[in-house]
Design a binder for this molecule. Structure first.
Ligand SMILES: *Cc1c(COP(=O)(O)O)cnc(C)c1O
Length: 421
């Protein structure tokens, strides 16, 4: 297999043979040749229905024709200027129009940069140092938040190279637990700058907030002058036009974006209330900068993508998601399995546990050894889901009824494989 050969070659030049840890799985990852719509095709010519979708960004499917056309036009006019462009205003306006908490936007290059900058801003605004994050949440690969993270960082809770001095100000709490936070804020509220949360946990599978939990957080943070940051790098523009904050009707002080916002190109953003955003340099003195910030290619792709994400788009995505999740539930019933099907709109995951999953500890009861076999069966049969139990799967607009039907048959095979293990 050419993928296997490439992986062996790759390991000589790239640590672990990949550029991001989650991409490596046993015995070797397939190498992509091209992708179109709901499909990704590997270098050996095999086609997969893609539910990884680059870990979230490709909400319109791969190689969306409008995005391609606009990006090609922009490319001909140059790909980076180091001076502002009108399109940045256009994209910022679109974000402000769609997202409840957004008065102003700063474009950066990744979700990681967005959360790093949002935390710096929150610390500056409150002149406090501590931040609170949730066990199993992932906010990118920078030092402040690399403590019991989800995603590829699972199992590397404290990476070597992250000084204790950096993470001693990061306090971990369990998701969906009001009492722990009440006690924490009572004790230390006046030294906490921000609570950063994925309003739906998407890097430990899929965990929704309990009813009223986000409202509780909003009230607690407001009363204690703590800045509430929603990390909507996954949920932004996926769950609803205005993200999870629109869906749940809870407005944070700051929000971070990435993934979908770049229409398949690298981007990140932080957005929020004007008073806060105007503290960012050069209008204020909270430093944030980047050579490629707001670069015209990503901005063009983002604009062309966001223009296509209207109300009917979300209705359609909700239907696709429901159809797939209902189908998986049927497969589980037929196989007499009691696993958890989690998800909302175009996000989903099957937890291989009989326990309902409301936090990190619950998620950890999933049988990850079985997941490996399940994943391999899907892959062998032409369905690509992220290679880890604690990632989330995604649908795109291009996933057809046929794709979903085929996928359900293959998931049935996957479940039959692990049933008797
Ligand atoms: C992917 C992700 C990030 C990091 O974004 P990058 O663009 O990979 O740096 C941050 N937060 C959440 C919730 C994510 O899913």
């Amino acid at each position: 297999m050419k993928s296997e050969e490439l992986f062996n070659e790759s390991k000589k030049f790239l640590p672990g043979g990949v550029d991001s840890p989650v991409r490596a799985y046993k015995p070797y990852p397939f190498f992509a040749e091209r992708a179109k719509g709901s499909k990704i095709i590997d270098v050996d010519g095999k086609t997969y229905i893609d539910y990884c979708l680059a870990y979230g960004p490709m909400v319109l499917g791969h190689a969306n024709p409008e995005v391609m056309a606009e990006v090609i036009l922009q490319l001909k006019n140059g790909s980076a200027y180091g001076v502002p462009t009108e399109k940045e205003i256009e994209l910022a306006k679109m974000v402000v129009k769609k997202v409840p908490c957004a008065d102003m936007v700063r474009f950066v290059n990744s979700g990681t940069e967005a959360t790093m900058s949002a935390i710096r801003l929150a610390r500056a605004a409150t002149t406090r140092n501590k931040i609170v994050k949730f066990e199993g949440s992932y906010h990118g690969a920078h030092d402040y938040v690399l403590v019991k993270s989800g995603s590829g960082a699972m199992g590397l809770p404290d990476s070597p190279g992250v000084p204790e001095e950096t993470t001693k100000n990061t306090i971990l709490v369990p998701f969906n637990d009001e009492d722990v936070l009440l006690d924490l804020v009572k004790d230390q509220g006046d030294s906490i700058a921000a609570i950063i949360i994925e309003p739906i946990m998407g890097n430990i599978g899929f965990i929704p907030p309990k009813k009223g939990y986000l409202e509780f957080l909003r009230k607690l943070t407001s009363e204690n002058d703590i800045i509430l940051i929603f990390d909507e790098v996954i949920t932004g523009f996926r769950i609803a036009e205005g993200g999870a904050q629109e869906y749940f009707g809870v407005t944070p002080d700051l929000v971070t974006f990435g993934k979908i916002l770049g229409g398949g190109f690298p981007i990140g953003a932080l957005a929020g209330k004007k008073e806060l955003m105007e503290m960012i340099a050069p209008s204020g003195n909270v430093y944030q900068a980047g050579t490629f910030n707001g670069n015209p290619i990503s901005v063009t792709a983002g604009l062309t993508t966001l223009k296509q994400l209207n109300h009917s788009f979300y209705s359609e995505m909700n239907l696709k998601g429901e159809k797939l999740r209902d189908g998986i539930r049927d497969v589980l019933v037929e196989n007499d399995l009691n696993y958890q099907v989690a998800g909302l709109s175009s996000m989903f995951q099957v937890y291989l546990t009989e326990k309902e999953v409301w936090n990190y500890e619950d998620a950890k009861t999933a049988q990850i050894d079985k997941f490996t076999h399940y994943f391999q069966t899907l892959l062998n049969n032409g369905v690509f889901v992220p290679p880890a139990q604690f990632e989330c799967c995604f649908l795109s607009l291009m996933h057809s009824d046929d794709d979903i039907q085929n996928t359900l048959e293959i998931i049935d095979k996957g479940m039959k494989t692990i049933k008797n293990l």
